[in-house]
Design a binder for this molecule. Structure first.
Ligand SMILES: Cc1cc2nc3c(=O)[nH]c(=O)nc-3n(C[C@H](O)[C@H](O)[C@H](O)COP(=O)(O)OP(=O)(O)OC[C@H]3O[C@@H](n4cnc5c(N)ncnc54)[C@H](O)[C@@H]3O)c2cc1C
Length: 91
């Protein structure tokens, strides 16, 4: 038997919107091309933003957040190397 249950955000439990961080209609944290959230000084990476939920994507995004949040750089995230049929849009 194969059960493909998919995955869902747990923002119904963690309630990130209480900090001012906006989520989309599915509960994923909305991030821009620099992985900033809607709340100043809060970034998000990995599965939390609901984009290409893979381990290597989470690792890659954590590097982007490090550069931007801790080093004050303006590194844009790009998903051109992620094998996928869909292309999530970002601001
Ligand atoms: C069954 C399965 C198979 C997968 N296989 C692959 C694969 O083959 N290849 C691949 O690339 N990806 C795979 N993935 C996806 C991959 O696991 C995720 O994309 C990756 O782990 C996301 O990393 P993350 O750091 O964003 O989140 P996570 O790895 O989920 O880490 C989040 C952490 O936050 C902790 N946490 C949650 N809530 C709180 C809280 N309130 N306070 C403090 N800590 C909290 C959790 O305990 C967890 O340790 C698979 C996923 C699943 C479910």
């Amino acid at each position: 038997m194969l059960i493909a249950a998919s995955r869902a955000s747990n923002s119904d439990i963690t309630r990130p919107e209480k900090t001012g961080v906006k989520t989309n209609e599915k509960g994923w944290i909305i991030t821009d091309k620099y992985l900033r959230t809607s709340k100043e000084d809060i970034w998000a990476c990995g599965d939390a933003n609901g984009i290409h939920m893979y381990k290597h994507k989470a690792n890659y995004e954590s590097q982007i957040v490090f550069y931007n949040a801790f080093l004050g750089e303006q590194v844009r995230v790009t998903y051109h190397a992620v094998p996928t049929l869909s292309s999530p849009s970002q601001k």
